[in-house]
Design a protein around this ligand. Sequence first.
Ligand SMILES: Cc1cc2nc3c(=O)[nH]c(=O)nc-3n(C[C@H](O)[C@H](O)[C@H](O)COP(=O)(O)OP(=O)(O)OC[C@H]3O[C@@H](n4cnc5c(N)ncnc54)[C@H](O)[C@@H]3O)c2cc1C
Length: 409
Amino acid sequence: MSNIERNARKTEVVIVGGGLAGSTAAAMLGRAGIDTVLIDPHTIYPPDFRCEKLEEAQVAVLRKTGLADAVLGSATPDGDSWIARFGRLIDKRPGDQYGILYDSLVNTIRAEIPPSVAFIQGKVADISTNAEQQTVTLSNGDEWSAHLVVLANGLNSGLRDKLGMTREDLSKCHSIMLGFDLKPANRPAFDFPALTYYSERATAQTAFLTLFPVGSTMRANLCIYRQMDDPWLRKFREAPEATLFAIMPGLKRITGDFKVPGTIKIRPADLYVTKGHIQAGVVLVGDAFATSCPAAGTGTGKVFTDVERLCNVHIPRWLTTVGMDRDKIASFYDDPIKRSCDTHSFAKAYSLRALSIEPGLLWSARRWARFIARLGLFALRRLRVPLSIQPSHRGTGIEETRADFRKAA
Ligand SMILES: Cc1cc2nc3c(=O)[nH]c(=O)nc-3n(C[C@H](O)[C@H](O)[C@H](O)COP(=O)(O)OP(=O)(O)OC[C@H]3O[C@@H](n4cnc5c(N)ncnc54)[C@H](O)[C@@H]3O)c2cc1C
């Protein structure tokens, strides 16, 4: 007998959307023995340009979901991560990043969902909710009833609209992320295991370029602050190498010549938050509730925090008593750990943007203070632990920094 027949289309929790948030929730609830159904249009999550690496802070939250070993086993650790600006190395961070393409990340998590969780391939067309029982209707007319609906359907706002929720745009096209592969020209490998190269001047409208390994490929994410109709994007597609060197003139000193061999993916990110979300019977997680800026790198941390709090703390507690009223649901949005994570995510999105592109002496001074502090820290660390570095990167950079300051100020 199939899961569907066995459960007679009734369950405790229906999860709508099997991206990062929904799949993580399904794995956690299934492992906790909670009767759960996951609904998504794709049995295998398709290639999708989203988060492509996990950083230390995100891995720390991932560990609380019980899924870190599986995810890290499918990811590529970066080794040392070089930090550079103005054509010189300003720091070498011990490796704390893991490269993994988004579809691999989601499919790895899906493989951890226990067989007790029914996966329904389909699209949810409607949801009706109240304090007792929820009904989810698929586009083929099938219905599921549940005590709780977890809405994890990402950017798609149709179902939120039907529930009377609204999207409050905080910053349209806050940033644009470009994703592409990079190959060193005329040599087998780059000198660095991973690299983050910060923008040299505010007029470049760029936060950083980050290079990190995913399997045997060197992957690049470039974060810029422009509009989608900016002709600069077409220029970048036509001549990525020259366009990159034009906005980051010192980059070649670190990377040498390189080629961009494959497709260039370009995606804008709007910052928004959902309003009218405190409703009986339904709870929103991940991008369904609020988005993040990809450049700030807080999206996956936010997803993991939402799901970890919901599945480790709130749902188990809610299911011990009858009903799913507004007060229960509100307790999730009031969770201090979730709130502080959301606040941090928005704050970082704005501060990184301002630090990267705001004109004026004050912001310029802040950029320089950060740069010089990093150089100083790196110099101190090298006094304590001698590192083997490339000859062109041996100086502390202080003399060249003065010259750069005069150019950029
Ligand atoms: C270009 C880009 C780069 C990014 N880079 C980073 C980064 O470097 N670091 C970082 O931390 N974050 C990054 N982020 C953010 C991060 O990727 C997202 O926050 C995260 O993927 C959101 O996951 P989610 O599960 O909420 O949504 P999604 O992964 O979008 O999942 C939504 C799911 O819902 C399904 N669905 C939609 N409608 C329905 C329906 N009606 N019925 C059933 N299912 C439905 C979809 O098919 C999908 O499977 C980036 C985002 C973008 C766009």
